[in-house]
Design a protein around this ligand. Structure first.
Ligand code: PRX
Length: 660
């Protein structure tokens, strides 16, 4: 296999596929679930395939529009416009219409802080807060089309801030609170955000993450920021710059209680969200309003079989796309009750998530395989302490789930009662694309399932040949409403990255997958240099750039190796400069350096120092061999190596460092 080839069926980045291949269990949803489900037969698949535009228009009609669209889809590959000419407001659809339609006193957000503090906001409360904060933004000169950066812990003010932006037509750009100040500065500078919304801090594993303090380092390098709004989460020390920095609670005191929502064009930008790709620089994925809201509403309702009475908990941080689509926009557009939790699943004890499920009667629970593998490792004892009988449906997202973890989730958390939806999608797709529908789809542990009705995916070879069955590249072969509309400020990269592998109408996902005789898609991992660490996307180039930025490092190659819990662990192979100052703790220093430059999620698990890196005769680093070394596998084909002694030395070094 050449570098960059799609994984064959016996080989993946994580080397986990062999496990998936032997998996032939098929599990049906229970009769009881099937009977009560929203989708009870496969008719929606047929209806959507027969006329996808009419089908998506039916979904769009479930939103409230100020002005109806003239045309459902305008497709000039690779540029799509959905619901052309229509006007709506995302915030109105998530808040106002529920207040008007009888859900005024329904809990919109049930929140628990890590220390145990609690708040419940009804739709009316949410409406009040959002209106007032929208007025605060306006009063500080934030206008329609302006970008607003958000760097916050998981507290209710985070969705309030996002919805307030949407209300006035400002474009939010949420940066995960675990990213470093430098990562925040890069994203603010790329988006030219005018304001930053943050908090004095947040709680994680009993300690305080001082967000405003960190953000100060970013703001020193971001001239576009005119105002900073700070939520007071605790009593954390910080500096206030008069005129620029404003306490949230103070500015809210004077704010008017109603702010007219802006009538946005269906194709107006709703948000940008930065994600890693194959270059050192993260890209700002652009999502617009009408199509995105339609896609997330449709998938929330059908994939999660959502009803009036559900208590929906998607455990993702809102800093990632999963939180945008399935904590905020999808469930709130559907008028659901959502649960939000600020902290860590093992704080103060490893049953924290199950305590929350029990206390709030969570019915639908959506999390990542990494979390499930951690729960599995911690043992049944923790979920068994709690009453999980309110749960009726489970979901997973973010990375391939190994059948063993799937079965554990099914048996221990779902108690064989709850179907599991394994949902494949990306920051770029905006909405769930491949999954089973819980009331009808037979489940196969490890396999995501079928494209959602109205979505069309295929397995393609390098030459663009469609494979009915077998492994290859996963492609999306028809535009879908929540699709990305671009990379912020970089139209060329958008076309090159996503729409150039085959023709301009076929989206390249950068994932390998296989399709079985029953049409089910099983994901095989990324085929580019993007790692999926604990369900979070991180580019090897980003980590390599951070490493070579250190004065002692000459060259670095980063690969993903198998990790029992995180799925993938970051392993860096580093060569030092001749004049590098060697210190005993250089490994720790470099790890810290990466965490400071990008964020703790990018911190390498291991660093292997080496005199040289294995390269082809043309000078390309053979990461595949480094992965073999890291995973302790027998080395693959080494015939293209310029110097085979390099890998032998590395292998020895790796084994020695492991023993150490
Ligand atoms: O490799 C796929 C993996 O996560 C990537 C997208 O990452 P991100 O944009 O951060 O969005 C994650 C949450 C939607 C994909 O290219 N991925 C996501 N879901 C699954 C998955 N891999 C296997 N199975 C999934 N269910």
């Amino acid at each position: 296999m050449k570098e960059g080839d799609p994984p064959k069926s016996d080989e993946t980045d994580e080397g986990r596929l062999s496990e998936l291949l032997v998996e032939d269990r098929v599990i049906e949803p229970s009769e009881e679930f099937k009977k009560g489900a929203i989708v009870t037969d496969d008719q929606p698949y047929q209806r959507a395939a027969a006329d996808p535009e009419a089908y998506w228009a039916e979904w769009a009609k479930q939103l409230d529009w100020y002005k109806p669209w003239d045309k459902v889809l305008e497709w000039n590959p690779p540029d799509a416009k959905w619901f052309v000419g229509g006007q709506l407001n995302a915030c109105y659809n998530c808040v106002d219409r529920h207040v008007k339609n009888g859900l005024r006193n329904k809990a919109a957000i049930i929140w628990e802080g890590e220390p145990g503090d609690r708040r419940t906001l009804t739709y009316w409360d949410l409406y009040r807060e959002v209106n007032r904060f929208a007025n605060v933004l306006k009063a500080h000169g934030i206008e329609r089309g302006d970008r607003v950066a958000i760097y916050m812990p998981m507290i209710p003010e985070l969705p309030i801030a996002m919805l307030a932006c949407a209300r006035i037509g400002a474009i939010h750009c949420v940066v995960f609170g675990g990213f470093s100040a430098q990562a925040l500065a890069e994203r603010i500078n790329d988006s030219q955000a005018k304001a930053l919304i943050t908090a004095d801090g947040g709680y994680r594993r009993g300690t305080i993450i001082p967000l405003k303090h960190d953000a100060d380092y970013a703001i020193a390098e971001t001239p576009s920021i005119e105002h900073v709004f700070i939520v007071e989460r605790g009593d954390f020390p910080l500096r206030i710059k008069e005129g620029r920095d404003h306490w949230w609670h103070r500015v809210m005191q004077d704010a008017e209680s109603y702010c007219e929502p802006a009538a946005m064009d269906s194709e107006d930008m709703l948000y940008t969200l930065y994600t890693s790709g194959t270059t050192g620089q993260p890209k700002g994925i652009v999502h617009t309003t009408g199509g995105y809201m339609t896609g997330v509403l449709a998938t929330t309702k059908w994939v999660f079989d959502l009803r009036e009475t559900d208590v929906f908990w998607c455990t993702a941080d809102i800093g990632w796309v999963t939180g945008h689509s399935y904590v905020v926009y999808g469930p709130l557009a559907a008028g659901a009750t959502i649960v939000m939790y600020e902290g860590s699943p093992d704080w103060p004890e490893r049953d924290r998530f199950w305590q929350i499920v029990e206390d709030f009667g969570v019915t639908v629970f959506y999390t990542a395989p990494t979390a499930i593998r951690a729960f599995m490792k911690w043992g049944k004892e923790y979920p068994n302490r709690r009453d999980l009988s309110s749960l009726r449906l489970l979901g997973t997202v973010g990375e391939p789930i190994n059948p063993e973890a799937w079965m554990w989730y099914y048996e221990t958390i779902g108690q064989q009662r709850c179907p599991i939806v394994d949902t494949w999608w990306q920051t770029e797709t905006g909405m769930i694309m491949i999954t089973t529908l819980p009331g009808i789809g037979k489940m196969r542990p490890g396999s995501a399932g079928l494209p959602f009705p109205g979505v069309e995916t295929a397995i393609l070879t390098d030459d663009g040949e469609v494979l009915e069955t077998g492994a290859g590249y996963l492609a999306i072969t028809r535009p879908w409403p929540a699709m990305l509309r671009g990379i912020y400020g970089d139209p060329e990269r958008y076309v090159e990255q996503y729409w150039s592998k085959w023709d301009k109408a076929t989206y390249f996902t950068s994932d390998g997958a296989k399709r079985d005789a029953d049409g089910y898609f099983t994901l095989l991992g990324r085929v580019d240099d993007v790692l999926n660490v604990a369900g979070h996307r991180i580019g090897t180039m980003e980590i390599e750039s951070a490493l070579v930025d250190h004065q002692s490092v000459a060259e670095a190659a980063v690969v993903g190796c198998s990790d029992e819990i995180k799925g993938t662990a970051i392993v860096a192979f580093v060569t030092l400069k001749l004049d590098a100052k060697l210190s005993v703790d250089l490994e720790a220093v470099l790890k810290e350096h990466v965490a400071r430059k990008i964020g703790a999620i990018a911190r390498p698990q291991r660093i292997i120092f080496s005199g040289d890196l294995p390269k082809t005769r043309s000078g390309k680093i053979m990461r595949r061999l480094l992965r073999d070394i890291g995973d302790g596998r027998i080395l693959g084909d080494t015939t293209t190596l310029a110097d085979t002694s390099v890998v032998e030395a590395l292998q020895r070094q790796y084994e020695e460092s492991e023993e150490a």
